[in-house]
Design a protein around this ligand. Sequence first.
Ligand code: SAM
Length: 287
Amino acid sequence: MNFQTKPLTPGLYFVATPIGSARDITLRALDILASADLIASEDTRTTRKLMEIHGIPLGDRQIVAYHDHSGEKPTTRLVDAVGAGKSVAYASEAGTPLIADPGYELGVAMADAGYSVTAAPGPSAVIAALTVSGLPTDRFAFVGFLPSTEAKRKSTIADLRSWPATLIFYESPKRIKGSLCDLRDTLGGERQAVVCRELTKKFEEVSRGTLAELADHYAKRDVKGEIVVLVGRGDENEAEQNSVEDALRDALKTMRVKDAATAVAGAMGLPRRDVYQLALDLGKDKP
Ligand code: SAM
């Protein structure tokens, strides 16, 4: 038996569960699932099955379905249960609750009511993918799922172009071809990227290459399963250049080129000569 049953302090416990391999669960997560007075779950069948695999009896405890869109009544019911001194464990279908999964509304409601919110941390596809990607891990931005319409998807990607961080997206097999093409077209085909599929599962696959290579590769094959896409960081100089340009454009609305350059160079601690050259270029469009 890998778990212990012990009384828990009243409160909400967010429990991370496996993203594939059923044994990827912490001992503390098992303790909480074994001990909580009430279990709430995005998918009661998956949670029940997970408990069965680990030999955790449900006993006469309840396991209730809960999503963020479940509405006020189910939220109030869980908040009231904690108010009455109970411990509530919440698990999403897979991975860490709240990470592209429900739980946010419940956590906020508990915190607003002044009750304790605790995490039993564990697997999350974003971290597993980053770990195996080979891309820089010191700064990363989790974007979650991209919008489903092409125009919105492209504008979301364009906003991320110069972020100096590894970008991480969740994707579905149905949309991977389109998303890789949009990423290539918007961020540039030469950016390094990684596609992670079915992590921790039997058919785990990690494909590395440039966005152009990966878009080509996936255009030629249909894939199944769960996918994370990671893209290497944007150019910090490009980011800096963009912010200098934005500041100059703003300044040029009210100032002459020379004054705008002096103001922006001073504010950003940059050599005036370089900023002046940029201001001259931008100022050309000025009537
Ligand atoms: N809460 C989960 C977590 O912490 O990762 C994510 C839930 S979200 C609804 C599901 C998405 O996560 C999938 O569409 C896929 O993009 C990603 N994902 C989940 N499990 C995965 C796995 N084993 N391999 C690759 N991606 C996975």
